[in-house]
Design a protein around this ligand. Structure first.
Ligand code: MLT
Length: 223
């Protein structure tokens, strides 16, 4: 049994105090953290996370980097790739740097860029996330436009259930309860969430299936 002192779950950074934690994990299951983990696993050496579209375009040009991401779930015309992990899994990545711009995930990741002990978490690298949990740990969920993203909560709930003996602290119970409720039908559940419905509507159902795969990327990237 792996023991940890405490796991806290945050859905905003407003009251978050990073000094309290040994490890911090950033989560946007549909789809920014899933895509980030996949890109690193495919050989990208550095991702610049951006919260501003113009800056993202400018930076990608300056760095000769792959420009990827989404607006309303879709690839902006001038981007090289969208934010679809399923599609990214099928293309060859030649460049070694990327600029990633999304609505909720990358603004959160940008805030923590350069911090030690702050990592991207997803089902794709869940084994590496679990191995790293030790001491006081925080998960920060990107959410959707300031509201909870239930697939992020589901992920956090799954992690909590793997640590039944540690103290489930701030924000843990809603995630744990949600996971218990839908643990036997994650794909069905993901299709019901706001983000999931949007993805199904724009023809990206395969991203839901893809994002639920466990341990296909055995890495733990820093943001
Ligand atoms: C986001 O950062 O808001 C998401 O990852 C959105 C998406 O990929 O559709």
């Amino acid at each position: 049994m792996i023991l940890s002192d405490k796991i806290d779950i945050y859905e905003s950074t407003e009251i978050f105090n990073e000094k309290k934690y040994e490890n911090i994990f950033l989560v946007d299951i549909l789809r920014a953290s899933t895509t980030g983990v996949l890109l690193y696993n495919k050989g990208i050496k550095k991702i610049c996370f951006e919260d501003d579209l113009r800056m993202a375009i400018k930076k990608a040009k300056e760095l000769n980097a792959l420009l990827l991401g989404e607006i309303n779930g879709k690839k902006p015309r001038v981007f090289d790739l969208g934010n679809s992990p399923f599609e990214i899994s099928r293309v060859k990545i030649i460049k070694d740097r990327a600029v990633h711009f999304t609505t909720n995930g990358t603004p959160l990741f940008k805030k923590f860029t350069g911090n030690d002990h702050t990592y991207l978490a997803s089902f794709l690298n869940i084994g590496n996330v679990i191995e790293k949990i030790n001491g006081n740990t925080a998960f920060i969920l990107a959410g959707t436009n300031g509201k909870p993203a239930y697939e992020d909560r589901f992920f956090a709930g799954y992690v909590l259930t793997l640590f039944p003996k540690c103290y489930w602290g701030h924000g843990a119970l809603p995630s744990a309860r949600l996971y218990e409720r839908f643990k036997y039908a994650p794909e069905y559940f993901f299709c019901l969430t706001k983000n999931g419905k949007n993805l199904v509507n724009i023809g990206k159902f395969y991203d839901i299936k893809f994002a639920l795969q466990k341990n296909i990327c055995p890495i733990l990237p820093n943001v």
